[in-house]
Design a protein around this ligand. Structure first.
Ligand SMILES: NC(=O)c1ccc[n+]([C@@H]2O[C@H](COP(=O)([O-])OP(=O)(O)OC[C@H]3O[C@@H](n4cnc5c(N)ncnc54)[C@H](O)[C@@H]3O)[C@@H](O)[C@H]2O)c1
Ligand SMILES: [Zn+2]
Ligand SMILES: [Zn+2]
Length: 367
């Protein structure tokens, strides 16, 4: 077994029993699963999980769409909980604190990513689920479970003023859109931001864009989302991606685009929406490769980039910003017994805009 990345001392005996919801094959169906978590090490924090959001990445992983799933998989990386135990070296958290965990639970601490605040680009990053954890050699299990043990450096303080169920999705959806906006200069008042795909990520991108004082246009395949995008989420305008005339009229109008689409789609009409030197940042992860003709980039000097979640300090910054500006996700709070139905609906984009599981009140061994 590799040495722990951070010298965390963990007592080997009697690991703790946990209950989760696991997928066992590509059917994507989840069922109750009993497993063990490691003991709380001296740098660890244990949480009782209260809420966990359902990200589309959970669905991709359950169905092994990225061909890297290790079954059984317990998904969930939008976790909010209460601290129930702290190790002797923990100085950032105390019992009873309300805290969050996103997509990462550890990293190497010494690579060019880790030393510059981009643990999200560490080649040895440990994902909250579906990674092998060097602490104990086990596969990590995520937040569709009643408790979790995580190194304090990967735990986030939740702002006092945000409702915890609605804030949980910020730990993946929020940071995933906040990071490219910050690092690509798409957080500047007066600029025009396009958001493609109005799902979990997309709807929080609209809220961050408005909080930064931007003009925000939603580009969606569902005409039925127009009213809500404008009236409920505060977008300034709305384009239906299949309406060629409407799309053409908006060509050369946007400074940047955050593309959150989870399914294969053509990026050429989207790149055409950008002003000269405009940028489109991919955060959605369709299973098939994109088709990008060189002409669609060269004409207009367009930039096509990608971005994955965010670093830990940025995650804390994002959630503090959300607390100050009262940004939360619009959620449908569900019981653990509804999770398979929720996955079915998520696959059809039938959710406004994030399912969140009420773990503490509903996850029982017999659901
Ligand atoms: N880059 C990262 O770090 C990161 C983090 C989280 C999620 N993701 C990925 O981002 C994608 C979105 O995640 P989500 O949780 O928001 O999913 P979601 O299902 O909530 O939202 C995706 C949205 O895209 C819309 N859509 C589908 N086809 C479209 C098209 N042709 N044009 C416009 N809209 C279209 C759907 O209607 C849906 O509303 C997923 O692929 C997910 O795996 C990436
Ligand atoms: Zn996610
Ligand atoms: Zn690293």
């Amino acid at each position: 077994m590799a040495a722990p990345a951070n010298g965390n001392k963990v007592a080997p005996e009697l690991p703790r029993k946990a209950i989760g919801l696991a997928g066992h094959d590509t059917s994507g169906l989840l069922s109750p699963f009993l497993f063990s978590r490691r003991n709380n090490g001296d740098n660890d924090v244990t949480l009782k999980i209260l809420y966990c959001g359902i990200c589309h990445s959970d669905l991709h992983s359950l169905k092994n769409e990225w061909k890297n799933t290790m079954y059984p998989v317990v998904p969930g990386h939008e976790i909010v909980g209460e601290v129930t135990e702290v190790g002797s070296k923990v100085n950032k958290f105390k019992l009873g604190d309300k805290v969050g965990i996103g997509c990462l639970v550890n990293s190497c601490r010494s690579c060019p990513g880790c030393t510059t605040g981009f643990e999200n680009y560490c080649p040895e990053q440990i994902y909250t689920y579906n990674s092998v954890d060097p602490e104990d050699g086990t596969v990590t299990y995520g937040g569709y479970s009643d408790m979790i043990v995580v190194n304090q450096d990967f735990v986030i303080h939740m702002p006092k003023d945000l409702p915890l169920d609605k804030a949980a999705p910020l730990l993946c959806a929020g940071i995933t859109v906040y990071t490219p906006m910050k690092y690509h200069g798409l957080n500047v008042s007066g600029l025009h931001l396009g958001v493609v795909g109005l799902g979990g990520l997309g709807h929080v991108a609209v809220k961050f864009g408005k909080a930064f004082g931007m003009k925000v246009t939603v580009i969606s395949s569902s005409p039925s989302k127009e009213n809500e995008a404008i009236e409920r989420l505060g977008a300034d305008s709305f384009l239906v991606s299949s309406n060629a005339e409407q799309m053409k009229a908006a060509n050369f109008s946007m400074d940047g685009i955050i593309n959150t689409v989870s399914a294969s789609h053509s990026v050429v009409p989207l790149l055409a929406l950008l002003k000269p030197n405009g940028k489109m940042i991919m955060v959605g992860l369709p299973e098939k490769p994109l088709e990008v003709p060189a002409f669609s980039l060269i004409m207009g000097g367009k930039v096509l980039a990608g971005s994955a979640i965010g670093g830990i300090a940025d995650t804390q910054e994002m959630i503090d910003f959300a607390g100050k500006h009262n940004i939360t996700a619009d959620i449908e709070l569900i019981g653990a017994d509804y999770v398979n139905k929720a996955m079915e609906r998520l696959a059809k984009a039938d959710v406004k805009y994030r399912f969140v599981i009420d773990i503490a009140n509903t996850l029982k061994p017999n659901i």
